[in-house]
Design a protein around this ligand. Sequence first.
Ligand SMILES: [Zn+2]
Length: 334
Amino acid sequence: MKENGDIATNDCLACGSTCLNVVGQAGDHEYRSTREQYSFLSCQSCGTLKIVPFPGHAVIAAAYPSDYYSFHLSANFAKYEKSFWGNRYYSKLRTALSEEIQSRAADLGKQRPNDLFVLDYGAGDGFRLKMLAEMGFNKEHLTAYEPSLPQGLSMSESFETLIGQDFLRQTDKQFDLIYASHVIEHLEDPSILLQDSLRVMKENSILVIDMPVPEGVHFNLTRHHHWGGYHAPRHLNILSVKGLESLAPRNNMTIVSVQYLDDSWIMAQTVNSMIEDQAIRILPKFFRNAFAVTTKEKPTLEREVLYGFLSFLSKLQRVFDHKSSVARITLQKR
Ligand SMILES: [Zn+2]
């Protein structure tokens, strides 16, 4: 097991290059799990970022407290349904997921989305599959895999759940569609996600990776300190699209499409980092709740206004720069 500062290699884990330069520094302004500041090295060949020093396993464990947002999404959404803004937010998410899965089913030649066997890799509390189950999706076809759900927290029991690092390696199930939404950047070795997926993919199946990418205007303007995609010390390797293009074939996968998505929620964390910085108190206190993370996150009018504005900025960025800080990459077996 590695300890703080004991980093085995400074090679880029995406493309193997040894030429990396410091581009920014960040600490944990969101959960304050550590006072350390970490540097991020950028690969000069593919642009992938790497945190240094490696935070160590004790620091990483402490960085996922029981109020970490992804362990409470289902519970939060249950609360959202009781409010106007919450309902609006939740129904937008459900519509997007429904449209996404219908188009994936069509791509895979399935008559109905219900025919797909779906794995959510790094499922948090299983909120994505819970939404699918609520939409009438065949629960027998849904599997949630979470390598590290903290003790005392549980997942919805309406579908199969695999918890713990070795479970996916033991299952003999095969899937049509694997979602790995904002997982790869949390892994000490990003190739593990591709290798795990390959083991449980059918011949004609797809892996969909959503991930922050160190690309575009938003990243370039804020990379020195405040970029919301750093999420230190949890994001260990932040791949660029070029980095994943290099990693995929070495793991017998090929990229079939790349989309740059709305990165308004990363922009919100960028602004949150600026606000938390004592030197730049740019917003009055009452507005800061709109940026709240953890279980304090609440859908409110001010949050709706903020995200509406940031989504507009994100769209402008994608129109003029064709990039953003979030990419959705679809891969198949080679
Ligand atoms: Zn690289």
